[in-house]
Design a protein around this ligand. Sequence first.
Ligand code: FES
Length: 116
Amino acid sequence: MTPPPPGDAGAPSWHDVAAFDDLDSDFPLGVEIEGQHVGVFRQGDEVYALENVCPHAYALLSQGFLEGGVIECPLHAAQFEVATGRCLNEIGQRDLACHSTKIEAGRVLVMLKLVS
Ligand code: FES
């Protein structure tokens, strides 16, 4: 294994998570990147990656119900806007962290946002 170049240690990097064509607009994909749960959501030609653990209690949002660009938590129905992570009802408690995404050569890449 090649060590990272000097000054590059800890720099955020892109992670290949799926083929774009394998993503289903009705069913999010849950992945783990560097120990973080990430939900990957396809909406038409766009892909969004959000923090995947519900802020209310422990539930994976990628196992929830996706409709109209909104993901609903499978446990107690917190709702979040997929494109922005914005929390839409009180039980969700706060907005979700959004990670960067891009599509290259038909692959979906995700770069983790640094969450403190
Ligand atoms: S765990 Fe998501 S709303 Fe309760």
